[in-house]
Design a protein around this ligand. Structure first.
Ligand code: COA
Length: 195
């Protein structure tokens, strides 16, 4: 794998990133399995960044050399569901298949439980046909729990979704599985320092 894709970082996404955001948000290949429709206007993208991204509890740009090439978010729940949060991510199609998605999910999974002490379960819902996203979660160590039939409307069509989860109690497996606990813990510190 090309070394230039190994060095990713996560940072806040802000209105000045709108042109980079437009690269993936205007791409039908990227939005295919996402709840949002492909963006056609920069103004709509700016409204999304200002009204949704900026106030979001945990939304980060996935950056290569400091430039956003995608985004990753953890959306918390409230009340008696606050023990769990949902992970979502997108990457500009030009960068698919280079390990960036796996690396970004691994970074978030290994840091979010430290950042949010109340969090016990990180979950992700993936369309049954979204093989790339399922493979990313498998590789990071999420457990495939099962298929939720006719669970959401995706672009007006009822879809079956695979439920994946990673529990706080399984974090040590994630570290051991990848034999890189030192690297991961270093990255956790770096990403916490960068917040
Ligand atoms: C899902 C997504 C983030 C994957 O990111 P990525 O950086 O391309 O993934 P990686 O390069 O880390 O690949 C991980 C694995 O998935 C495989 N993979 C990637 N895309 C695939 C595809 N379309 N079909 C089958 N396998 C695929 C890779 O080969 C790799 O497996 P391997 O290591 O065994 O070879 C990216 O495809 C994307 O942004 N898709 C559109 C948005 C989306 O669907 N988001 C998720 C919503 S749940």
């Amino acid at each position: 794998m090309d070394d230039e894709y190994l060095d990713i970082s996560l940072r806040l996404l802000d209105p000045s990133d709108v042109d980079d955001f437009m690269v993936w948000a205007t791409d039908d290949k990227v939005s295919k399995f996402c709840s949002w429709d492909t963006y056609t206007s920069k103004q709509d993208a700016m409204s999304f960044i200002v009204n949704v991204v900026v106030p979001h509890r945990w939304f980060r740009a996935i950056c290569l050399k400091g430039r956003p090439v995608g985004a990753i978010a953890v959306t918390p729940n409230e009340g008696h569901e606050s023990c769990r949060a949902e992970l979502g991510y997108v990457l500009a199609s030009e960068y698919w298949g280079k390990g960036i998605g796996t690396r970004a999910v691994k970074l978030v999974a290994s840091s979010i439980f430290f950042e949010w002490p109340h969090l016990e379960r990180l979950e992700a819902l993936v369309d049954v046909e979204n093989s790339g996203s399922q493979r990313v979660l498998d590789k990071v160590g999420f457990k495939r729990e099962g298929v939720l039939r006719t669970y959401i409307l995706l672009k007006g069509r009822p879809r079956d979704m695979v439920m994946f989860s990673l529990l706080r109690t399984e974090l040590h497996c994630l570290f051991e599985e990848f034999h890189e606990s030192v690297t991961v813990i270093d990255k956790v510190s770096e990403s916490l320092n960068g917040l």
